[in-house]
Structure formats: C-alpha cells, structure tokens
Design a protein around this ligand. Structure first.
Ligand code: ATP
Ligand code: MG
Length: 366
C-alpha cells in the first residue's frame, strides 16, 4: 500500500496542507514541536480511524477552529486507487471511503493497513501483560474479522459477568448458575481466541527470529512464547475446569480472574527474559523487530505491505543496526520517518528517498 497524496485542513498545527509523496522512504525532519508527529498521526488516522495519541477527535482540531478535514489518496498493490476522507465538526465524525459513508469503523479496518512505531509503545516490551495482549489483539483484529468478532463477544460477556460478580459481592447475594451461563460462553469464545493466537504466534515467531538476528547482526536471538495459567496442550478442558473451580474465588473478588484475558506473551532475548534482564537498546531492538515482523506477517496473510510510520525511532539505536533496519525497509514498504537528525536518511537508497523540512505546520522539500 502506498500513500500518494494527503490533504490536511485544520488538523493539529496545520492550516491547509496538500502534498504528494512519490517515494517509498519519506522523512520529516525539523526542530521540536513543529508538526512532524502530527503528520504521522494524520496518516495513522486515515488508515486506522484512530489516533495513537488520543481517542478524542476534537483534540486533533486546530486550536480555535471548529472542524478538521483530512483526506488520503492511496494505491494498493494492484494499482487500485483508494480514497478516504475524514471530517470532524459539531462533535461528529464522518468517514467517506471510496465515496461511500463508513457506518461502522470495524467494517473499514484492514482496507488501508498501517503499522506504526511510536516512542510510547516501548510499553509493549516493558509494561504489563495487557500491553502485549493488546499488540496481538490489535494486529489480529485488523486482518481477521472472525478474531475481531470473537474478541468483541468475549469482552462483552466478560463485562456482563464482571457486573454480576460485582453485584454479588456488593449485595452479598450469590447465584452460581448465573455465572455458569457466562462461563459457558467464555469457554467457547476463549478457546477459539486462544487457538487463533497460537496459530498466529507460530507464523509470526519465525519472521521475528530472523528479523531480530538480522538487525542485531547475529548478536541477539529472540523468542516469543505464549504464557497462561491454563495447560497449553489442553487449553479448552483446563479453562473449563478452572472456570468452574474458581466460581467462589471470583465471587469473593467480585472479578473474573480466569481466561485468555489474563494470558501473556513471554519475550526472550538470548534465552533470558527481556523484561527482567534486557538493556534499553535490547528493548528497543526487540520492539523494532516486533513491528517489522508485523509488517511481514500482514504481507504473508493479505499479500499487501502495510504503510510503516516511524516516529523518533533512532534515538537508542546504534548506526550499524539502524543501517540494517533501513535494508529491510528499502524494498516495497512505504515508510514515513520523523527525526530531528536527518543524517539517518543516508542509510536509505537516495533514489527512493524524499526529505521534507517541517516548520510550524508547513513543509518544504530539502
Ligand atoms: N489541536 C492542535 N491545534 C494546534 N496545534 C496543536 C494541536 N495539537 C498540538 N499542536 C501543536 O503541535 C506541535 C507539536 O507537533 P508535533 O508533536 O508534531 O511535533 P514534532 O515536530 O513531532 O516535535 P518533536 O520533535 O518534539 O517530537 C506543538 O507545538 C503543539 O502545540
Ligand atoms: Mg514528534
């Protein structure tokens, strides 16, 4: 997928921007606070309908204005042109894809695949299990509609069950048969979610191992494995057993504590747990390898490369390794890079590169 042209009206610190992209490696450089990340954000909103910075569209409106409008012209691998327009005014979002109004965002997801890597995402390797589940859930929801609906149903049922558990705790009442009804549904959805996650990991881990070895110049081997309180070889039966054994505990806690919403991924680097023993640079490289593998995985499933958005990647990565990253990106993957140090761009093929200077919401070609 390639982005050929973008229009921004009243988006963040941009008044009117109408700009075309004719290369695969696009670099936005400039001083702090000029609008580099805002641009990347706009591209991510066009593809995902969500911002990585906020759930609140009104924050993206230029200060003092009452609407914003953004539009993107994309072209897919078969040279089909795709246009998306997003506007926000009077607290209402409107999304038009191929001249048709998008009524449900989830119906649109996957049409314009985007992978981004922003500094805040270091939390994927350093943070709690929720962040790693979110990484997998977001990726799979994007490319597998069935996974998306399983997850939606699972989450909805879990919420209902939690509400009941909480009310039992509060009112000191207890009707285990009500919990059993929810548990049956959670067992069904939960087992399917687990199976899809395992199937995903098998394919993903292969890409990941190769990429981490490559970008670390053979220094770091990586491994990703699934971790759960359930027996992975007999997940369904074990989940069933643990759900029923823990009804009383869950009632006492007023919270659902058994199921794939508690599972995790374990990241290892050179056979050691990354979270416990990884250096800062190793965390960063691991994260980069996760994102590059995401790109390769999406390509393997959908036959389309996503667009890659890289915000301030290069701070903790040495030159040798960033050169390796450039080698992976140089072919076919359109990549938008923000950086205050435009010398990193020398690592890319000069014929395939465009550099823009960003100053107070305006772009000039370097
Ligand atoms: N809704 C908005 N309306 C107008 N300006 C905004 C809005 N939101 C953010 N800004 C401005 O945009 C600027 C930040 O832009 P951005 O995050 O893109 O900077 P940057 O170029 O990536 O900087 P850095 O190098 O520090 O990451 C700030 O000056 C901020 O005040
Ligand atoms: Mg920035």
């Amino acid at each position: 997928m390639k982005l050929n042209k973008i229009i921004l009206d009243n988006f963040r610190n941009y008044n009117n921007l109408d700009i075309g992209f004719d290369k695969d490696i696009v670099c936005f450089t400039g001083l702090n606070g000029q609008g580099k990340t805002n641009l990347i954000e706009a591209i991510s909103v066009l593809g995902l309908l969500n911002s990585f910075r906020t759930n609140n569209y009104s924050e993206m409106k230029k200060f003092g204005e009452d609407y914003f409008f953004i539009s993107g012209d994309f072209v897919d691998k078969n040279d089909n042109e795709l246009n998306i327009k997003i506007s926000f005014s009077n607290r209402k979002k409107k999304v038009i894809f191929q001249d048709k109004k998008v009524l449900k965002f989830s119906d649109f997801w996957g049409n314009i695949p985007i992978v981004y890597l922003i500094p805040d995402e270091s939390i994927i390797t350093t943070g709690p299990p929720l962040e790693r589940r979110k990484f997998v859930d977001k990726l799979l929801s994007m490319i597998d509609k069935e996974y998306f609906s399983l997850l939606k149903n699972y989450t909805k049922t879990l919420k209902q069950k939690n509400r009941i558990l909480y009310s039992f705790k509060k009112d000191n009442k207890f009707q285990p048969e009500m919990i059993e009804v929810y548990n049956e549904q959670l067992l069904e959805y939960g087992t399917k979610i687990f199976k899809k996650r395992i199937e995903f990991l098998e394919g993903f881990d292969k890409f990941f191992k190769d990429i981490l070895l490559f970008i670390s110049d053979g220094l770091f081997s990586g491994d990703i494995s699934y971790s759960s309180s359930m027996d992975l070889d007999d997940y369904q039966n074990d989940l069933k057993k643990q759900l029923s054994e823990n009804i009383q505990t869950e009632k006492d806690r007023g919270l659902s504590i058994i199921g794939p919403h508690k599972d995790d991924l374990v990241f290892k680097i050179n056979d050691n747990d990354l979270r416990k023993y990884g250096s800062k640079g190793q965390h960063k490289l691991f994260l980069v390898a996760l994102k590059l593998s995401e790109i390769k995985y999406i390509k393997s499933i959908t036959d389309e490369y996503p667009i890659f958005l890289l915000d301030d990647l290069y701070s903790e990565i040495d030159e040798k390794k960033s050169g390796k990253i450039a080698k992976i990106l140089d072919k076919d993957i359109q990549t938008f890079i923000t950086t205050s140090n435009s010398s990193i761009i020398n690592q890319f093929d000069v014929n395939n590169t465009r550099i823009f200077n960003v100053t107070e919401g305006a772009l000039t070609l370097q």
